[in-house]
Design a protein around this ligand. Structure first.
Ligand code: 5AD
Ligand code: FES
Length: 363
């Protein structure tokens, strides 16, 4: 069965069935895999995802250095701990020099990708973001610069791109309109978010979409829509993590997303987008001590250890009990390397650009 599965794997379009008995083509087949609780079935899914991943990227796991540079946010997403309406958060912003300091430390630790993530913070005007991106670009002409700062106009995205940003992470969170409205205030809309993603792709960014698993009111059909949206957008990166309640938010009393279901969504995403860069997320590591390793075993191939200064880490609390908030950047770097090697994977500190060609619309 194992060998036959390898032969049956389609490394390309992700449309053909990846392995005997796994139907990733029809809605019914996908729904069965989204919901199955049969461990044999799950293991077949994870094994198929590992094979597809190996074809695209071998056993390599790419490292990205994450810099959480502001926890101010004008939005009020009902699930997020740093939502503007959360008065219990001590807010911080890193200065340009502090951000550059994180990059310098990251470079010394071997990172070739910096991910600048923050809340939607109007203090960081386009001019200020351009200054930061250009400053990093000046010092590190060959490194990848990834932005993750939410929704902005197409013109803003173009300016950041011209200043030297290469990639952009903007999770769509859920691809279903009604579900989106139940997780966000009326000022936010799914169509605008999707438009941002298509704008970013057109400008030439490597784009990361993604969603949370197990958010309140989510149905299996919603998760199917997430997969179908990914097939439409064809992002180069996909971030998937379990919803984890944050006590001070409107959704703080709901149960969190499950480990197995999150892993199934990682695996299905790998099968549908064989060459995607998929992180084993911090949220996965938060709900299970070996969650990130399990993510890699389900088809993920990226980790994003934290490069933020230690004194601000606990303030970037999107959800409760977040891991790695007490560790130095060097500790996280070594810790992740050990974890990865322990599961037979190989840390890769290179830029790790998308291995596939330009996305083919409709293809
Ligand atoms: N649980 C899990 N993930 C969360 N995020 C925000 N709040 C939570 C939460 N409570 C995720 C969102 C966002 C990313 C930066 O963090 O998907 O896009
Ligand atoms: Fe941060 Fe392990 S990755 S301590």
């Amino acid at each position: 069965m194992g060998a036959r599965m390898i032969d049956a794997v389609s490394g390309h379009s992700g449309i053909e069935a990846p392995a005997a008995g796994l139907d990733t083509r029809s809605d019914a087949g996908l729904l069965e895999l989204i919901t199955t609780e049969d461990p044999v079935r799950e293991e077949a899914l994870f094994a198929a995802a590992r094979q597809v991943r190996a074809r695209s990227y071998g056993q390599d796991v790419y490292f990205r250095g994450l810099i959480e540079f502001t926890n101010h946010c004008k939005n009020n997403c009902y699930y997020c701990g740093i939502r503007g309406g959360n008065g219990q958060v001590e807010r911080y912003r890193l200065s340009l020099e502090e951000i550059l300091g994180c990059c310098r430390l990251g470079d010394l630790l071997g990172y070739r990708t910096f991910v600048l993530q923050g809340g939607e913070d109007p203090w960081f005007t386009d001019d200020r973001i351009v200054e930061i991106v250009a400053g990093i670009r000046r010092e590190y002409p060959g490194h990848a610069i990834t932005l993750s700062i939410g929704e902005r106009s197409r013109e803003s995205y173009e300016r950041f791109f011209r200043a030297g940003a290469n990639r952009y992470l903007l999770r769509h969170e859920t691809a279903n309109d009604d579900h989106y409205r139940r997780l966000h205030p009326e000022s936010m809309s799914l169509s605008e978010r999707k438009q941002c993603l298509f704008n970013l792709r057109e400008i030439g960014y490597q784009v990361g979409a993604g969603f949370m698993v197990g958010t309140p009111f989510q149905t299996p059909e919603n998760l199917l829509e997430d997969l179908r949206f990914l097939q439409e957008l064809k992002p180069q990166m996909v971030g998937i993590g379990p919803f984890i309640p944050q006590a001070a938010t409107p959704l703080g009393a709901y149960p969190g997303g499950g480990l197995r279901q999150t892993l199934r969504m990682v695996a299905l995403t790998r099968l549908l987008l064989p060459q995607a860069l998929i992180p084993a997320t911090t949220a996965l590591g938060t709900i299970s001590p070996t969650g990130r390793e399990k993510g890699l075993m389900a088809g993920a191939n990226v980790v994003m250890p934290n490069l933020s200064p230690k004194d601000v880490r606990k303030l970037y609390a999107l959800y409760d009990n977040k891991i790695c908030t007490g560790d130095e950047a060097a500790e996280c770097r070594l810790c992740m390397e050990g974890r990865i090697r322990g599961f037979g994977f190989v840390p890769n500190m290179a830029r790790g650009d998308y291995a596939g060609g330009a996305p083919v619309p409709g293809g």
